[in-house]
Design a protein around this ligand. Structure first.
Ligand SMILES: [Zn+2]
Length: 297
């Protein structure tokens, strides 16, 4: 960690005692990201990057599925991997390992520390997260794995996708399992769990979101969102910005064909606080994202 960062963190911890209590030493914030598919974590790309590169923090990821889905768009990567990946049988056998490698390559850019694979089937074309949790995934197994990962490390925050209704059922199911896992922890010693959504997609549904029907734990406070703008300048004369990081990560996902269409030169990563955290989580989240925005590069 750079000396300036250390000074900044010391000042920060002195002025925010509730967060400081969770910091037993001089480490930065520790985050567990819970997602459904390899490439979902790009939604948090630059917030993760800032935490690992500028705050001296650690980010781990727990991936819910084996990543074998979406093979029909793997056309351009077939020559790279030497496999007929758009064939469903080939995809089922080879894509899980390919997607794990792509995730770890993208994760290396964001500075992700540990990769936890829960390997549930990447199947089920439905908007209904409850049918995924009942019929497609082994819900008890996935829940036990999350409990185990959360118990292994002293996480300060958990990042999930905001579970808006029209979003992919796997994303919503992963979020529900993560919130349930955090809710099973001792309230005095558990991380703040957040829902996130980038700008530029499903804006009306995001703006209207207060919680997913049938899942009261997903209710969010109206406060926020707490944000990091990928266009924040850096480098010589401020001519670079953090969109580069997100686009580098997207480029690692050669087998996720349509993902390559999402390279952008703007975007804001936004976070909301689930009510099940309690109101003090709002201040902690505000403090984290203030630090993400302002800490020296
Ligand atoms: Zn996804």
């Amino acid at each position: 960690m750079r000396p300036l960062t250390v000074v900044f963190l010391l000042i920060y911890w002195i002025i925010t005692p509730s967060f400081a209590l969770a910091q037993s030493d001089s480490r930065g914030p520790t985050v567990l990201v819970v997602t459904a598919h390899p490439d979902d974590e790009v939604m948090f790309a630059t917030t993760m990057y800032r935490i690992t590169h500028s705050l001296g923090g650690d980010v781990d990821i727990a991936l819910m599925t084996d990543g074998a889905g979406g093979y029909r768009f793997s056309t351009l990567s077939e020559s790279i991997y030497g496999r007929d990946l758009t064939d469903p049988e080939v995809a089922r056998n080879y894509l899980p390992a390919i997607r794990k490698k792509e995730l770890m390559a993208a994760g290396a850019i964001a500075g992700i520390r540990n990769f936890y694979f829960i390997d549930q089937p990447d199947l089920g074309k439905t908007q209904d997260q409850d049918s995924i949790l009942t019929y497609v995934w082994d819900r008890d197994f996935a829940a036990e794995r999350l409990d185990f990962f959360l118990a292994q490390r002293d996480y300060d925050f958990v990042f999930t996708h905001l579970p808006i209704k029209p979003f992919h059922s796997h994303h919503k199911a992963a979020t529900i399992l993560a919130i349930e896992a955090v809710s099973r922890m001792d309230p005095e010693n558990r991380p703040v769990i957040l829902g996130s959504f980038m700008t530029g997609f499903m804006e009306d549904e995001v703006a209207a979101f207060t919680g997913l029907a049938g899942h009261p734990l997903t209710r969010t406070y109206p406060d926020g969102p707490f944000v990091f703008d990928r266009s924040t300048p850096l480098g010589l004369d401020g001519r670079l910005n953090y969109n580069i990081i997100a686009n580098w990560m997207i480029a690692e996902y050669k087998s996720q064909g349509t993902m390559q269409l999402l390279t952008r030169d703007e975007g804001i990563e936004r976070f909301w606080v689930y009510e099940m955290n309690g109101r003090e989580a709002i201040g902690k989240t505000d403090a984290l994202m203030e630090l993400v925005r302002t800490a020296p590069f």
